[in-house]
Design a protein around this ligand. Structure first.
Ligand code: PFF
Length: 460
């Protein structure tokens, strides 16, 4: 087999894995989930989910990848046999479906960046209407989404070190700098502190089952867990690396960016006296309105913001595309370039019904009805492959470690590159979290969620 390539070292892996984690999930989804689920109370539960579930699941995925040095399917099959290989297939299928939709939303961000730069967005009178008609207007979104997929494909085709790692090393620090600059600005606005209070002072009476369920879903989405992205990236790190430290740094980076995105957006929203529970339009409707009110600086700040969103999305689409690409290169031995072109095109085509489901085509826009509401194709794909699918993937991975790979082998893998691991608190913590707490918690959440979402049965 031709050499698969490797990350150049710890920083390269962390930049790429953090790049995968930091994405639309942090800057687009996290603020609106927080705004819809009670502000600081949601933030609190979210942080707990990150520590108790997110971080251990991430360590689990990376260790499976590093141990086998194989793609998602190959990794599960190598350790667990053909049946467990199916879990790898599930991860790859989820990645393809998830990316098909994610790329559509990345296309919105790309469109908004261009419209900020060319002045179309600043000239808009009604931002709600603009957003609604923009996402229905596939005549230009088609090209923005296609453009996004092409950029992703070009980077992935350059391989692990030259493509993925180099892009992440530039894009990630750029993103941090832009974010901090924008927060500095938002804090100078009148009423900004109201937003900060809403975001940081929890009202515990706001916590319901839905808060926990949404926070857990957000943690999986944001850390790129449950679809073998980190099994895939983990397969490219060397045996010298300390997995626990790397996973901890990725978790902290991801949480910090989401936290900062909230710190940017809520002061902006409150400074304009707007509602934080705007839903998925929060970033696309509320923010352009705010930028427009900022005078001559508005378009510059707005363009910086949407560029940031595009950068964040790009390092995530790269990791999503890498999942099926690594699989086809490893298992079938095809050339990376050919595989990238084929997969990127396929994913783009699969995404077209989702793109058309935002008002362009009735059938796709009113595709299903559950949870008491009409769902678009885009909603259905996210419901199945994100909200339900990611925690399910995580759950099965923990069962795999506990029953098939066995905790002792998992520990052995983690001890490589981490001398003090055996017998440490971290070992006990990870063993408990991964083999007892996470399987029970994720299993229960899965059952309750499926009953609630698809069968209208409310246990809580
Ligand atoms: N973590 C990314 C985000 O927050 O936008 C989304 C994502 C990327 C999920 C890669 C899953 C994945 F495998």
């Amino acid at each position: 087999m031709a050499s698969r390539g490797n990350f150049s070292g710890r920083i390269g892996f962390i930049a790429a894995a953090a790049g995968s984690a930091v994405g639309l999930g942090n800057i687009w989804r996290f603020p609106y989930e927080t705004g819809e689920n009670g502000g600081a109370a949601f933030l609190l539960i979210y942080l707990i989910c990150m520590v108790l579930i997110g971080f251990p699941v991430m360590v689990g995925e990376i260790s499976i990848g590093r141990n086998t040095q194989l793609n998602a399917f190959g990794a599960y099959k190598k350790i667990g046999g053909a049946k467990w290989g199916l879990l790898g297939y599930w991860g790859i299928l989820s990645a393809v479906m998830f990316l098909s939709v994610y790329n559509v939303i990345a296309g919105w961000a790309f469109a908004y960046f261009v419209q900020m730069v060319n002045g179309t967005l600043s000239a808009t009178k009604n931002f709600g209407e603009h957003f609604t008609s923009q996402i229905a207007d596939v005549s230009d979104l088609f090209f923005y989404s296609l453009g996004f997929m092409v950029i992703t494909a070009v980077i992935v085709s350059r391989g692990i070190k030259k493509g993925i790692e180099s892009a992440s090393r530039i894009l990630m620090p750029a993103l941090f700098i832009m974010l901090l600059g924008l927060i500095g600005y938002s804090f100078t606005l009148d009423n900004a502190m109201e937003g900060v209070k809403y975001y940081l002072i929890p009202d515990l009476s706001e916590i319901t089952f839905a808060t926990v369920y949404n926070a857990l879903g957000q943690a999986f989405f944001s850390l790129s867990l449950g679809m073998a992205a980190l099994v895939t990236y983990g397969s490219y790190i060397s045996k010298k690396e300390n997995i626990v430290t790397s996973a901890a740094l990725v978790t902290v980076t991801d949480t910090t960016v989401a936290f900062l995105a909230g710190l940017l957006i809520f002061p902006l929203v409150f400074s304009q006296g707007l509602s934080p529970s705007e839903g998925p339009g929060l970033v696309f409707v509320v923010l352009p309105g705010i930028f427009a009110g900022l005078g001559t600086l508005g378009p510059i700040i707005g363009a910086a913001f949407f560029l940031l969103l595009c950068f964040a999305a790009l390092t995530s689409t790269i990791s999503l595309l890498e999942i099926p690409v690594t699989f086809l290169v490893d298992e079938k031995g095809y050339s990376r370039t050919k595989v990238v072109i084929f997969t990127a095109l396929l994913v783009f085509l699969i995404g077209i019904p989702s793109m058309l489901s935002q008002g362009a085509v009735d059938y796709f826009s009113n595709f299903a009805h559950y949870e008491g509401i009409t769902k678009t194709v885009l909603d259905v794909v996210f419901d199945i492959f994100s909200d339900v699918g990611l925690p399910l993937g995580g759950f099965l991975m923990t069962i795999f470690i506990a029953t098939k790979w066995k905790t002792a082998n998992f520990n052995k893998e983690l001890a490589i590159g981490n001398e003090g691991y055996m017998g440490s608190f971290m070992q006990k913590y990870l063993n408990f979290a991964l083999t007892i707490f996470a399987p029970i918690f994720l299993g229960l959440m899965f059952i309750i969620t499926v009953l609630k979402k698809f069968f209208g049965v409310n246990l809580f």
